[in-house]
Ligand binder design. Sequence first.
Ligand code: BG6
Ligand code: MG
Length: 222
Amino acid sequence: MVKFTDIKGFIFDLDGVVTDTSRYHAKAWGQLADKLGVDYPGLGDAVKGISRMDALEMILKKGGLENNYSEAEKEALAAEKNANYVNLIQNMSAKDILPGMADFLAELKDKGYGISLASASKNAPTILEKIGLSDYFTKAVDPATLKYGKPDPEIFIKGAQLLDLMPAQCIGLEDAAAGIAGINAAGETSVGIGDPELLHDATINFTDTSQVSLANIEKAMQ
Ligand code: BG6
Ligand code: MG
């Protein structure tokens, strides 16, 4: 394993790591799946980290509907999900920052670590603004520039480039199995936050965000 002293930067997923928006994504996709008549147990976990259009394709496939819609109709379905989602995040504020994450970001900034954002969400800038953390994430990968979604490593490689660091100098934090796969494939150290069974490929596991601190990461890397 990479040594803790080699680590110079942290690359953050947003939904489910910095703030608890995963339940809103799950709810909005659930509403669309119901409308399409698709029964999808475990939908909330399955769409974690997955881009909007890829998530829609997963749902259509689950219902055997992948050939039933034109590209324009798929765009309309994705836009409908997003409208539902945007509605759900309207009242977000600093109270929606997950436990310990504001302190962790402050600690990283204070100690001079690089910080970048690797979120697949096109709503990330709006959410960061609402929860008051935009200033920490001046370096953010624009998901519109990506060729591939998670689990591809592209977003995490770009997250390291934004910090002028090599992947091996970076830690990526994720709540999604697809994200952990992307971090590992990028050659970075992965921190999985959530169910350790679901995130069994992570280098380091924490069951929730309140455990995430430099001291605990250092301990886990010894
Ligand atoms: C990820 C979420 O962060 O962003 C996924 O985990 C979501 O569930 C993806 O589908 C894309 O988000 P958006 O806001 O661009 O539809
Ligand atoms: Mg996430």
